[in-house]
Design a protein around this ligand. Structure first.
Ligand SMILES: [Zn+2]
Length: 255
């Protein structure tokens, strides 16, 4: 799907909530609460199978790996894991972003498999978003609003255009991408270009640090054979688990 700036939905960012004030997002992560939840997004689904080679469909591999990551992260870290889908159904990019933004998650991992015209391309890669409408400050233009809260209280809410939600998190997403790339490198073959930045529609609406993981090339016969197997899927899940552990220490909260 092409990168679009036309989405009209809005993300409400409550002052003092998960998101630091957009103007002050720094190179480190002060005041970020402990990582209590994450979102794992299995790419494709339903009538959108993604890359398909023989019996292997990207949509099934991404769901299998996402479930493995959920089992590891919830079982070993006690961090809640939301899957954007836990069955074989299609979801738009905005629906995936909404599922993430409506959770209390502190990071977003979108899982995919890669494809190329030739059979030789191989290896995993990690991408984070670049945004077409960068402002000099790199921050969204957002107007604070005061809304009534419970029991006569008020709260200040900043409305961020949905398509710009990722803008306030680019530095954190870059840091997350580096952590994920390093963790994957310990477990699976990497692409010659393992770290990428692109205008990814899948991430632009996500209001938290977010990366897209291409686990392998399904168009490479050796990689296709590997990705269909338990060992490769388990290695990717282990790598993503390790990345969550390491990112948690960067982002704050208990080691
Ligand atoms: Zn994909």
């Amino acid at each position: 799907m092409p990168f679009s700036l036309a989405a009209a939905a809005l993300v409400a960012v409550v002052s003092g909530g998960v998101l630091p004030a957009a103007q002050t997002l720094p190179s480190s992560f002060p005041d970020r609460p402990a990582l209590q939840a994450i979102v794992v997004d299995p790419g494709h689904g339903g009538d959108d199978p993604g890359v398909t080679v023989g019996e292997i469909a990207e949509k099934q591999i991404t769901l299998d790996v996402a479930r493995r990551v959920r089992a590891l992260v919830e079982g070993r870290l006690g961090i809640h894991v939301t899957l954007t889908r836990d069955e074989d159904r299609p979801l738009s990019a905005d629906e995936r972003a909404a599922a993430a933004n409506n959770s209390a998650a502190g990071l977003f991992l979108s899982l995919h498999l890669n494809a190329a015209f030739g059979p030789s391309s191989s290896g995993a890669a990690v991408a984070y978003a670049s945004l077409a409408r960068d402002t000099p400050s790199g921050a969204p233009s957002a107007e604070p609003m005061v809304l009534p809260g419970p029991y006569g209280s008020v709260r200040t809410v900043t409305l961020v255009p949905w398509d710009l939600a990722q803008r306030g998190h680019i530095e954190a997403s870059a840091a997350l991408a580096g952590v994920v790339e390093a963790a994957l490198r310990e477990q699976v073959p990497m692409s010659p270009r393992p770290l990428r930045r692109a205008p990814l529609r899948a991430l632009t609406g996500v209001n938290m640090p977010a990366v897209l993981v291409e686990m392998a090339y399904l168009t490479n016969p050796d990689q296709a054979a590997a990705i269909a197997g338990q060992d490769f899927q388990s290695r990717v899940a282990d790598a993503l688990f390790n990345a969550v552990v390491r990112y948690r220490t960067i982002a704050g909260g208990p080691p």
